[in-house]
Design a binder for this molecule. Structure first.
Ligand code: FES
Ligand code: MG
Length: 595
C-alpha cells in the first residue's frame, strides 16, 4: 500500500503488483532486475510513487505529432515534480496524409496496441499524447477500455500558413488549389508551393479539420486541461501545458479519477454541442460514437442531430470560415466557445466533471473571447442551426450532412424554409470507388450537368478497409470551367474535415455490407428532402427488391466487383470485425472489454 499524504488516502498502486509484491518475490525480482538495467533504482521502483505512462505518438513517420517528442521532456518534469515516475513508450504510428491506403485503418490498430500496453505493463495512469486526426480517438478509446486514470495532451496546431498575404489552411488550400489547377489557372509548381505554404511549423492541421476538432472535443469531454487543446505546437504555453499535464496526472492517481468518471453520457452531449459551435469535422460522430461504445454508453447519429443541430456556428475558422489555429487560440479557443454556450443556457451539462477535478461550468463560465471576429457571440453567430443532419431512406439507415458548409443559397432553398419545403432531385451518377471516379469523371457520355448528384461507393469501413476520405468529389473539368465548383455528393466514404463540400457521407450500412448505395445505378432519379431528413432512390418497390436480391446473391458469391482484396493481414482482420460508421467503426468483439 502507498500512502498519499496530500489526500490522506491509502492506495494500492497497480504498479506495485510488479515491483513491490511480497507475495510473489520471484516475479518481483525478475521485474525489478530488468527495469533497473538502464539506471532506474530499486528505491525508485519500490518507492510507492505512481508510474505514469507517456503514450508517445510522435515520430518521424508522424510529423503532425512529432513535437510530442520535445514536449515529453516537460511532461516528465511535471510527473517527477508531483511525485511520480514517467515511463514513455511508443504508440503505433498514425499519419493522416502519409498512410496508405488510409489512416482510418490504423485507429483501431493503435487502439488494440495501446490497450495491450496499458493492461499488460506496470502503469498506474497514462498521459495520452494526442494530435493528428485518428491519434486522438485511438488513445481515448484505449483509455476508455482499460479505464486507468488518463489525461490527454494535444500537440497543438501548426502556425498559420500564408501565401501572398493570404492565410492558407491545411487541407482546405489543397482542395482550392486543385480546383485552380483543374481550371487551368495555376501550374504544377504553384500548386505545390500553395499547398506547402500551409504547413510552416511543427503541429497538426491549422484548419478546423479533424485534428483541431477532435482535440477540441477531447477538451469538451473533460479529458484535457481547460484551454489546452488549441495552443499552437511551438508556443511556450504548449510546453507549459505539457508540464502541468504531467503534474496533474499524478494527482489523478491519488484521486482515482478515471476515464469513466469523466467521459459520461453528459460529457458526450457537451462535446456534441461544442462540435456544432466550432464547425467540427464529420469524422467526429464516428470517433465519439466509438469512444462511447468502449465505455458502454449508447451514442448514435440521432443523438448528434438532437443535441447538436440547433446549435449555431460561432467559430470563424476554415473550412467553414476564414481564420486558422493561431487565431482560434488567441481568441480564447474552447473555453471561450463553452462560455458562450453556458451563457446562452445551451451547454447541455455544465456540471460535467473534467480532469482538473472541476466542472466544465467552473472552468469556462465567463471566459468570453476578446476577439469577436474569430469567436462570435451566441446571439450573433456565423450561422444558425449549424450541427449535422442525420438522413435516412432507402439509400441508407444513417448518413451525415455537415450543414455549416452548405452554401447560403442552397440552405435557404432546401433547408431553412419549412413553410415552403422543397426537396432537391437529381440524376445519379455512380462511381465504384476512387479510381473509377478519377477514370470517368470527365467522360462526356455520363452527361454530368448541374442537376446531377455524384455518388461514390465501395469506400466504407469494409469496402475500402478503414474507409476512404473521398466523398467530396469535384465536378468534371467542363463544369469547373463554367464556374460550377460544386455538385451534391453522396457516398459511403468519409470526407476530410478540411473540406468544405456539402456532401452526404458516412452512409451506413455501406455498399459492401449490402446497404442501399449498392442498389443505386447511374441514371436513377434521387430525391433528397433535407427538411424531412430523407434520401431516396425514386424507383418502384419491385425494382428495389430485384436489385437487392441481385446484390445479396453477389455478396454470397464472392462479393461485389468493386470491393478489392485485402493487401495486408490487418486489412483482412479489420474488415471481418469492424462495425459501421454510426456504430463508431469499432471492432465489434472489443466493446465488451471494459475495466
Ligand atoms: Fe495530421 Fe491533419 S494530417 S493533423
Ligand atoms: Mg482526414
Amino acid at each position: 500500500m502507498s500512502f498519499d499524504a496530500k489526500h490522506g488516502t491509502q492506495v494500492k498502486l497497480r504498479s506495485q503488483i510488479w515491483f513491490d509484491n511480497p507475495d510473489d518475490p520471484d516475479m518481483t525480482a525478475l521485474y525489478i532486475e530488468r527495469y533497473m538495467n538502464w539506471g532506474i533504482t530499486r528505491e525508485e521502483l519500490q518507492s510507492g510513487k505512481p508510474i505514469i505512462g507517456i503514450a508517445q505518438t510522435g515520430s518521424d513517420l508522424s510529423p503532425c505529432n512529432r513535437q510530442h517528442i520535445v514536449l515529453a521532456e516537460r511532461i516528465r518534469e511535471g510527473i517527477r515534480e508531483a511525485g511520480g515516475i514517467a515511463f514513455e513508450f511508443p504508440v503505433h504510428p498514425i499519419q493522416e496524409t502519409g498512410k496508405r491506403p488510409t489512416a482510418g485503418l490504423d485507429r483501431n490498430l493503435a487502439y488494440l496496441g495501446l490497450v495491450e500496453t496499458l493492461f499488460g505493463y506496470p502503469l498506474d495512469a497514462v498521459v495520452l499524447t494526442t494530435g493528428c486526426d485518428k491519434t486522438t480517438p485511438a488513445l481515448l478509446m484505449a483509455a476508455a477500455t482499460v479505464n486507468i486514470p488518463a489525461i490527454a495532451l494535444s500537440v497543438g496546431p501548426m502556425l498559420n500558413g500564408w501565401y501572398k498575404g493570404q492565410r492558407t489552411g491545411s487541407g482546405t488550400i489543397k482542395w482550392h488549389a486543385k480546383k485552380l489547377k483543374t481550371a487551368g489557372e495555376i501550374g504544377w509548381k504553384e500548386y505545390v508551393d500553395l499547398v506547402a505554404s500551409s504547413a510552416p511549423s511543427p503541429g497538426f492541421c491549422n484548419t478546423m479539420g479533424t485534428a483541431t476538432t477532435m482535440n477540441s472535443l477531447a477538451e469538451a469531454l473533460g479529458m484535457m486541461l481547460p484551454g489546452s487543446a488549441a495552443i499552437p505546437a511551438v508556443h511556450k504555453e504548449r510546453a507549459a501545458a505539457a508540464y502541468l499535464t504531467g503534474k496533474r496526472i499524478v494527482e489523478m492517481v491519488w484521486e482515482d479519477l478515471k476515464p469513466s468518471d469523466i467521459m459520461t453520457r453528459e460529457s458526450f452531449e457537451n462535446a456534441i454541442a461544442v462540435c456544432s459551435a466550432i464547425g467540427g469535422s464529420t469524422n467526429a460522430p464516428i470517433h465519439l460514437n466509438g469512444i462511447a461504445r468502449h465505455l458502454g454508453l449508447e451514442l448514435n447519429n440521432d443523438d448528434w442531430e438532437k443535441v447538436g443541430h440547433s446549435i449555431p456556428l460561432l467559430v470563424d475558422m476554415q473550412p467553414a470560415g476564414r481564420f486558422l489555429g493561431e487565431d482560434f487560440f488567441r481568441a480564447g479557443s474552447v473555453p471561450a466557445v463553452v462560455a458562450e454556450l453556458i451563457a446562452a443556457g445551451r451547454l447541455p451539462h455544465p456540471d460535467a466533471k473534467t480532469v482538473n477535478g472541476k466542472t466544465m461550468g467552473e472552468n469556462c463560465t465567463g471566459k468570453f473571447t476578446e476577439d469577436r471576429e474569430v469567436i462570435r457571440a451566441f446571439d450573433q453567430p456565423m450561422l444558425a442551426d449549424a450541427g449535422f443532419l442525420n438522413l435516412k431512406g432507402n439509400l441508407f439507415d444513417s448518413a451525415i450532412m455537415k450543414t455549416s458548409v452548405i452554401s447560403k443559397e442552397f440552405r435557404e432553398r432546401y433547408l431553412s424554409n419549412p413553410s415552403d419545403p422543397e426537396a432537391f432531385e437529381g440524376k445519379a451518377v455512380v462511381f465504384d470507388g476512387r479510381e473509377d471516379y478519377h477514370a470517368r469523371i470527365n467522360d462526356p457520355s455520363l452527361e454530368i450537368d448541374e442537376h446531377s448528384i455524384l455518388f461514390i461507393r465501395g469506400a466504407g469501413p469494409i469496402g475500402h478497409p478503414g474507409a476512404a476520405e473521398v466523398v467530396n468529389m469535384d465536378p468534371p473539368a467542363a463544369l469547373l470551367k463554367r464556374g460550377i465548383t460544386e455538385l451534391p455528393c453522396i457516398g459511403d466514404g468519409r470526407q476530410s474535415g478540411t473540406s468544405g463540400s456539402p456532401s452526404i457521407l458516412n452512409a451506413s450500412p455501406e455498399a459492401a455490407a449490402g446497404g442501399g448505395l449498392a442498389l443505386v445505378q447511374t441514371g436513377d432519379r434521387v430525391r433528397i428532402d433535407l427538411n424531412k431528413r430523407e434520401a431516396n432512390i425514386l424507383i418502384s418497390d419491385e425494382e428495389l427488391t430485384r436489385r437487392r436480391q441481385d446484390v445479396t446473391a453477389k455478396l454470397a458469391n464472392g462479393g461485389l466487383s468493386y470491393v478489392p482484396a485485402s493487401q495486408t493481414p490487418w486489412q483482412e482482420i479489420q474488415r471481418n470485425l469492424v462495425d459501421q460508421y454510426d456504430q463508431g467503426m469499432v471492432l465489434k468483439p472489443a466493446v465488451k472489454y471494459q475495466d
